[in-house]
Design a protein around this ligand. Structure first.
Ligand code: PMP
Length: 383
């Protein structure tokens, strides 16, 4: 299957709704922080560094998450090369070939091949407007237990501004998920890259903040809030598990230079101003795409996300999202067919969805792209 496109491959008429690239206009100026890192901290940033991550950044991250309701020390934090490496490390820690894991249906499509690398069996659980369906999970776990089958080892979910659906789990669902996972002894992997990219409404509690028994592996990243090219994220987990994952993270540790640049930026006054800009700009793009879809594809249902980078379109049942994505791609409008976000393969995979990312495209490109998408839609939906 084709990977999302890199913007540099295309001219201006091409509209990239397929990838979760950052808006180029929002990439912060990190030059002063890079200069300070390379002069004032020259030896620190150019030497080998600790496998668990730099103490200054781990301290800052623990404090940052504590302001968000957690009770962490720097020993709970492992710095990673982005959230994707976080997913990989948790799998290395917890999984053996043939283990079952729980994912939402649909789920973050890049996580699917990572999980597949570990030879897992997928248990897919649906979602609604309140996010992951915990009752359905309980029913599935009961059925497995009744059949004498092993319980899954982990539950992977994106609790806020879900990729791809945009749904956010309610506080009640989060409490219920923690209680269920605790009762059955199953780890939760909370992948939360969009947490600060919230446009409205109050924060729901982090699963990690509700975690009383060390069940939750929280995955964070600077990719969506600051810049994906930095390739720095983190795992927050029990110190004993962090210690084991350091052994599994065998690439020599994440770059101390980039960690220092991020730390200097994060503790500067520029950081909160940057967060405000990010929220305002992506809110404008979200509003723009929601209005454009309502106008140009009135038959598509769209759940308005309170944050994040994506909208998920539910098309009439007879409209094939794979075909729409393919035809739109030929017309220079790139988006991703919904079927790619399901871990299962075959006839039962729903094909009447598509995902549009609004993060990379300007409001003008969104208007232009959705108008042209509407024309492609009408050509295949027989209107
Ligand atoms: N998890 C989710 C749910 C994502 O949407 C993304 C980015 N598209 C990632 C992880 C990847 O994050 P990173 O760049 O930190 O590897």
């Amino acid at each position: 299957m084709p990977a999302p496109h890199f913007p540099s491959e295309f001219g201006e008429e091409t509209i990239l709704f397929d990838s979760g690239f950052a808006a180029p206009q929002l990439l912060p100026s990190l030059t002063p922080f890079a200069l300070a890192a390379l002069t004032e901290h020259r030896e620190e940033v150019l030497q080998y560094a600790s496998g668990r991550g730099q103490p200054h950044l781990r301290e800052w991250l623990a404090e940052w998450m504590n302001q968000d309701g957690c009770a962490l020390t720097p020993d709970h934090i492992l710095v990673t090369n982005g959230a994707k490496q976080g997913i990989d490390l948790v799998c290395r820690l917890l999984l053996d070939e043939g283990d079952a894991i729980v994912v939402s249906a649909p789920t973050y499509f890049t996580a699917i091949p990572i999980f597949r690398n570990f030879g897992v069996e997928f248990i897919e659980i649906g979602q609604d407007a309140h996010g992951f369906d915990v009752d359905a999970l309980e029913t599935a776990l009961d059925a497995r237990a009744a059949d004498g089958r092993e319980l899954p080892k982990l539950i992977y979910n994106v609790p806020e501004f879900h990729n791809p659906t945009g749904a956010t789990m309610s506080a009640a669902r989060r409490e219920a998920l923690i209680a269920l996972a605790d009762a059955r002894g199953i780890a939760i992997v909370e992948d939360s890259p969009y947490r600060q990219v919230r446009f409205e409404g109050p924060d729901e509690p982090l699963l990690k903040a509700l975690d009383r028994s060390g069940t939750v592996f929280h995955l964070g990243t600077f990719s969506k809030l600051v810049a994906p090219g930095l390739r720095i994220g983190w795992i927050a987990a029990e110190p004993a598990q962090v210690a084991r994952m350091i052994q599994l993270k065998s690439e020599g540790g994440s770059s101390p230079l980039i960690q220092r640049i991020i730390y200097e930026f994060a503790r500067s006054p520029d950081f909160s101003a940057h967060i405000d800009r990010v929220q305002a700009a992506y809110r404008e793009r979200r509003d723009c795409i929601v209005a454009a879809v309502a106008r140009e594809l009135p038959e598509a249902r769209i759940a308005v996300p309170e944050g994040g980078y994506y909208v998920w379109l539910t098309l009439p049942a007879h409209v094939d999202g794979d075909l729409l994505a393919a035809k739109a791609g030929e017309a220079g409008i790139h988006l991703i067919a919904g079927s790619r976000f399901f871990a299962s393969v075959g006839a039962e995979v729903p094909r009447h969805h598509v995902r549009l990312a609004y993060s990379y495209t300007t409001p003008d490109q969104i208007e232009n792209g959705v108008r042209r998408l509407g024309a492609v839609y009408r050509s295949i939906a027989g209107q």
